[in-house]
Write a protein that binds this ligand. Structure first.
Ligand code: HEC
Ligand code: HEC
Ligand code: HEC
Ligand code: HEC
Length: 143
């Protein structure tokens, strides 16, 4: 009985240590409280929304004030999506029509993501600037 009490006591001490530690780690990190207001203002694309990202999964090293967040640019997208060459490779089947958006006949795999993709607003397609009528036949709507 005494041993059990001792065991319980040490467990309690152990837990409070663990939880105390997590708490202080959290206050030290840039954990942003995602208010419903922020979530509504900066909606994510469906393909990202269901992954339950936090703002800072994308806005890494941009401080903890959401109003100061800026575009995450190529570097941000590629931190999860690999390289431009890899992206070009994944849509290689589109090269047959010379319509791979990630391997343009003009520029190869060098375009900036935000020439087409946006996160909190509708995406566009820069090819349409000059190929308005062909683009819908060449490729899908930019996700
Ligand atoms: C924190 C990691 C992360 C970042 C940053 C990120 N993504 Fe994603 N994205 C994912 C994951 C994980 C998926 C779902 C798995 C997949 O389809 O590759 C996904 C899916 C997608 C899809 C749909 C893929 C499909 O097959 O339908 C697109 C398009 C996309 N991301 C574009 C972007 C762009 C553009 C950026 C930069 C603005 C970006 N992502 C930044 C992790 C990320
Ligand atoms: C010229 C416009 C354009 C540019 C620039 C562009 N994309 Fe795309 N992207 C598209 C289009 C259009 C699709 C859909 C292709 C389809 O399915 O028809 C797409 C599809 C995707 C997909 C889903 C297909 C896959 O491979 O999983 C991801 C992820 C993606 N883009 C990420 C990126 C990232 C990251 C960048 C920057 C390095 C980028 N894109 C640059 C137009 C573009
Ligand atoms: C999947 C990556 C991703 C996530 C998650 C994400 N953002 Fe963004 N954010 C971007 C990109 C890319 C831009 C550049 C503009 C755009 O594409 O809409 C941006 C731009 C911004 C900007 C600059 C203002 C603007 O509209 O250009 C603010 C502020 C911002 N995001 C806030 C947030 C907040 C708050 C959250 C969490 C609720 C969040 N973001 C989550 C990718 C992301
Ligand atoms: C600034 C204008 C402009 C932009 C932006 C542009 N193109 Fe072109 N593109 C042209 C011109 C000009 C030609 C040559 C005349 C023609 O065939 O229409 C051409 C030709 C082509 C051809 C035919 C080439 C051949 O050898 O048969 C394809 C395919 C093509 N572009 C795809 C794209 C794709 C995909 C994008 C986006 C990644 C894009 N273009 C962006 C101006 C542009």
């Amino acid at each position: 009985m005494k041993r059990l009490a001792l065991l319980l006591l040490s467990l309690v001490t152990c837990f409070s240590f663990v939880f105390g530690d997590t708490k202080s780690a959290e206050t030290n990190s840039t954990k942003i409280v995602m208010s419903d207001e922020l979530k509504a203002k900066y909606k994510l694309k469906p393909h990202h929304e269901h992954l339950a990202f936090d703002c800072i999964d994308c806005h890494t090293n941009q401080g903890d004030d959401p109003s100061k967040f800026k575009n995450i640019k190529d570097e941000g997208c590629l931190s999860c999506h690999g390289t431009k060459k890899l992206l070009a490779q994944r849509l290689k089947f589109m090269d047959t029509l010379k319509a791979n958006p990630h391997n343009s006949v003009h520029d190869g795999p060098t375009l900036y993501c935000d020439e087409c993709h946006f996160e909190h607003k509708p995406s566009i397609n820069m090819c349409s600037e000059c190929h308005e009528h062909e683009v819908p036949q060449w490729m899908g709507v930019t996700p």
